[in-house]
Design a protein around this ligand. Structure first.
Ligand code: SAH
Length: 394
């Protein structure tokens, strides 16, 4: 195949030679033609040497490299990438029969497929494009996925209405690329939950907290648990299985609260230990008692861009201070940030400030991160986004 070539300015090939998969628009010297958004282009250095091939896009990231080898981006290419992604999950014991049929199969750059996310919920795969190139490749990707997964995937739901760059004007509509009506119950570590991939946030469930929920479960016995920003209740039913004395779930969205109640009921029918509240987290904490001795704070990303970082850090400080004010002595706080632009150190500093403000004695028990099915390509540290601290508070 013939590809439009994008030539980089002298010296701008360095990051690509170190396998970083992004070409910034400022690095481009010239193009052999005008590619359309989403086209596969070839990137060469200032002397004309081949560097890689990837999806072209208008914006500050101009090319997302798919391969550093001179090969075609076709069905075989995508099948190979998907097979490799599946192999990683299988080799670490995920997707192991009935006990766990939920995981992230493709984590963008972490699986050498920049701009693509695929989450698996039982027999349904939810596919999300974050770049125009993946949007245009969606049918090819669906075919590749079907061939790689065989009968294990019977529905593929494409959900990119809100994740593609607005300027690209792709008007992507959410749709099934395979199958349709489906069983909406999936299983994480033996716990069942309904997934609303049609209308729910992200792909329908926060798969990235699986390991952290498992840790919480270990600490829940006999405790009074407050699960803030509960969404579909993942931490709540883990706490219940762990033997919590009571579990209160809070989310400002009443739809989320309905789903949490439904999911708790699915696993623990008629269990009086759980109550859910549709309320703003800050307001709830203001009037909360001081009996909770296990609190989870898993808010949405407070910073989506670098320019709002300062405000975001203030937000994390305030939220954590509010929880640290209220938590019982001997309590454990699980606190998270999923903002990619907030570094591990930034987040720790925000929590430190919160602790200092409340003057509680606080020790760090664990430093948490995203699980193995959200791998970070070592050449692309930007792929690291979830961080958490588990604190012991006296
Ligand atoms: N912990 C969840 C994921 C949290 S997603 C899980 O394990 O699945 C973030 C959630 O925060 C969303 O459900 C959103 O509705 C909720 N939210 C956003 N702002 C809020 C606020 N001010 N108070 C309470 N909940 C809020």
């Amino acid at each position: 195949m013939n590809y439009i070539q994008i030539k980089l300015r002298a010296g701008k090939e360095e990051s690509l030679l170190r396998f970083h998969p992004w070409v910034f628009s400022g690095a481009i010297q010239s193009m052999s033609g005008q590619p359309d958004e989403g086209d596969v282009v070839e990137v060469i250095d200032s002397r004309g040497e081949f560097l890689g091939r990837g999806h072209y896009q208008i914006g500050s990231i101009a090319v997302r490299i798919l391969t550093f080898e001179p090969r075609d981006i076709d069905l075989d290419f995508y099948k190979e990438r998907l097979r490799a992604a599946l192999e990683v999950r299988r080799s670490i014991g995920l997707l192991d029969g009935d006990y766990n049929d939920t995981c992230r199969l493709v984590h963008g750059e972490g699986d050498y497929l920049p701009g693509l996310v695929i989450d698996l919920y039982g027999r349904t795969a939810v596919m999300q494009a974050h770049a125009p190139g993946m949007h245009y490749a969606r049918r090819l990707l669906a075919q590749a996925l079907q061939e790689v997964m065989g009968g294990a995937v019977q529905n593929i739901f494409y959900k990119s209405e809100t994740t593609l760059p607005y300027k690209a004007q792709l008007d992507a509509s959410n749709e099934y690329l395979l199958g349709g009506s489906a069983d909406d119950i999936a299983v994480e570590r033996g716990l069942k939950f309904h997934v609303d991939w049609l209308k729910g946030q992200k792909t329908g469930f926060f798969v990235d907290q699986r390991d952290n929920r498992a840790l919480l479960e270990r600490y829940a016995r006999g405790r009074s648990v407050l699960n803030m920003f509960c969404y579909t209740g993942g931490f709540s039913f883990a706490a219940m299985r762990g033997g919590a004395k009571l579990v209160h779930s809070v989310d400002s969205s009443s739809k989320a609260i309905d789903l949490t109640n439904k999911n708790v009921e699915l696993n623990f029918p008629n269990d009086g230990r759980h109550r859910a509240f549709a309320e703003d987290a800050f307001k709830f904490l203001e009037h909360a008692g001081s009996d909770y001795d296990l609190i989870i704070l898993d808010p949405p990303a407070f910073a989506k861009h670098k320019n709002v970082l300062r405000n975001a850090l203030q937000g994390y400080r305030k939220l954590n201070a509010a929880a640290l004010e209220k938590i019982a002595s001997g309590g454990i706080l699980f606190t998270f940030s999923c903002s990619q632009v907030v570094s591990k150190n930034d987040f720790r500093l925000a929590v430190f400030s919160a602790a200092a403000q409340t003057r509680r004695k606080v020790r760090i028990l664990h430093q948490l991160a995203q699980p193995a099915d959200h791998p970070v390509n070592i050449y692309h540290p930007e792929g690291e986004y979830l961080k958490g601290l588990v604190l012991y508070v006296e």
